[in-house]
Write a protein that binds this ligand. Structure first.
Ligand SMILES: *[C@@H]1O[C@H](CO)[C@@H](O)[C@H](O)[C@H]1NC(C)=O
Length: 524
């Protein structure tokens, strides 16, 4: 009797743990720039708070323990990081630039795969078990091997929106005629020459990756995942993503098509309730009166102290001459000659500052997170781009009408001052920023809720393979219908040749007809 009852309970007992424990999630975000991780960590922590067990491979481990959240710190990734920013900004041509970027990703991939904890905990066959892999989609393809290794679905996240390389993960459509390459600094409305430029730059990046660096990633995959590499080639893994989440939104950039498993979650990191500011900061901002406050930060990758001394003096002189107060994110405590209207700090609670009504302008390097925060809070921007997608973001801000841009290497004090004054006095900049903010905030769920919902959708539907478009199973020739076009071109050629022959035979034997003459000459 008792045994029978226990037996009937068994299915429930077996089912319970999986319902209560949630999924085991392996997140891989080894990129050493802090903003990439800042973008995703609130989402990963939310997954943990919902009962999933999250293991996060990253370079910025938590300072305090978080429930259900474990770090595998890969601090080795910092080794090649300092060189890359200067190398890329000094690259002579786009082939070189692609070389630097792809080589850097190879060193990041190797750093992860060689990390002692990764080798001990993750790589041994059959040791750990995961139900879902979440990776940063950043040309570290060998790491997609974890999906095959754990036989788990894989989700990609891109912190800068999509590009030709990320599109391939889900077979997304991206016509080069109006989708600019992220690094090209172009908008979606391109002139003929801009389209030529976009086509050439994208092709260079594509060829560089396909011929030179993708094969290196394949070798790494085969070396570190030998047991699965025999069964599944890396290209198949790279075309088998369940979902790609993009830190982008059409109201921030421009409208464009997406396949169903590519979802925009722009502003993934933004919390919707600003926290109160520290007392000294609040006093400084409110003490500025009606002139208002300018917030100046070059983000977490570029340090103001890395600016040449002459540039720093120029900034200081310009800020001193302004009626506004300036908050300057500066990494040294001391700045000789600091004027009284300037407040320096190594760190600012950026979103909370931008939320303050007396902060009127954001001078930024144009990183995507900063640009999104600026739009979220409806503040105009002055962009000083340095690197990668920053040129594109600043270009978009200019075209949208909520910002202006300057070249930080060339600008004079006068230009800087005039541009600041224009942004503060011409009301269209602030109005446009507020309008963009209203459009951006008008969404059915917050970006983070959206990201969590789709992540759990993939878990609920065992990889949600039904969202995958058929493009993923077509070859290059089939996808572009080159075989069909080839057939039609062939038919047209045959018809033309036949028609010419017939016409020549019937009427064209006269000497004046060149086509027939040539034909006759050949026949002789
Ligand atoms: C592709 O993903 C699905 C769902 O996650 C999985 O069942 C399948 O084995 C994967 N295929 C390859 C070739 O990795």
């Amino acid at each position: 009797m008792f045994a029978l009852r226990l037996y009937s309970l068994l299915p429930i007992i077996v089912a319970l743990p999986s319902l209560l424990e949630g999924a085991r999630i392996l997140a891989i975000f080894p990129y050493p720039g802090p903003s990439q991780y800042i973008n995703v960590v609130p989402y990963l922590k939310t997954l943990a708070s919902r009962g999933h067990e999250v293991t996060s491979v990253n370079a910025f481990p938590q300072k305090k323990p978080v429930k259900n959240f474990r770090d595998i710190a890969v601090l080795e990734v910092f080794q090649s990081y300092d060189d890359i920013i200067s190398e890329v900004s000094e690259a002579k041509n786009s082939w070189d630039e692609n070389n630097f970027i792809n080589e850097f990703f190879i060193s990041v991939t190797k750093a992860v795969l060689n990390n002692a904890e990764v080798q001990r905990e993750l790589l041994p066959h059959g040791k750990a078990q995961y139900d879902l892999i979440i990776v940063e989609a950043l040309r570290t393809d060998a790491l997609y091997g974890f999906a095959a290794h754990f036989n788990a679905p894989i989700i990609g996240i891109s912190t800068f929106g999509t590009d030709w390389n990320i599109d391939e993960l889900v077979g997304n459509t991206a016509p080069l005629s109006y989708i600019p390459l992220v690094t090209a600094g172009l908008s979606d409305r391109m002139t003929y020459w801009e389209r030529v430029h976009n086509f050439v730059e994208t092709s260079v990046a594509w060829v560089n990756w396909k011929l030179k660096y993708h094969p290196v990633q394949v070798k790494l995959y085969e070396q570190y995942f030998p047991h699965v590499a025999k069964k599944v080639p890396l290209v198949e893994l790279s075309r088998n993503f369940s979902l790609v989440l993009l830190n982008q939104h059409f109201s921030l950039s421009f409208p464009r098509p997406y396949v169903p498993n590519m979802i925009e979650v722009g502003g993934l990191h933004i919390s919707h309730k600003p926290a109160p500011l520290p007392k000294d900061l609040e006093d400084f901002i409110e003490g500025a009166g009606s002139a208002g406050v300018i917030y100046f930060s070059l983000g977490s990758n570029i340090k103001s102290k890395d600016l040449p001394e002459e540039r720093r003096q120029m900034l200081l002189k310009t800020f001193a001459s302004l009626p506004q107060r300036v908050l300057w994110k500066f990494e040294n405590d001391q700045l000789p000659g600091k004027p009284s209207n300037v407040f320096l700090s190594k760190w600012f609670p950026q979103p909370d500052i931008l939320a303050h009504p007396n902060v009127k302008l954001f001078i930024t390097h144009g990183g995507l997170l900063s640009t999104i925060e600026s739009i979220h809070h409806g503040k105009p921007v002055l962009g000083l781009p340095f690197f990668y997608d920053q040129f594109l973001n600043v270009e978009r801000a200019k075209r949208a009408g909520f910002g202006l841009g300057l070249d930080h290497k060339e600008m004079t004090s006068e230009e800087l001052k005039n541009t600041i004054q224009r942004l503060l006095t011409e009301s269209s900049f602030a109005t446009t920023a507020q309008q963009m903010s209203a459009r951006y905030r008008d969404q059915p769920m917050s970006p983070q809720e959206t990201a969590v919902w789709w992540t759990e959708y993939v878990l609920r539907h065992k990889g949600a393979h039904h969202m995958r478009v058929a493009a993923q199973d077509l070859s290059f020739v089939e996808y572009h219908n080159l075989d069909v076009l080839g057939t039609f071109v062939g038919i047209i050629v045959i018809v033309l040749v036949a028609a010419t022959l017939i016409v020549c035979k019937l009427f064209g034997l006269g000497k004046s007809q060149k086509v027939c003459n040539r034909k006759k000459l050949k026949d002789q």
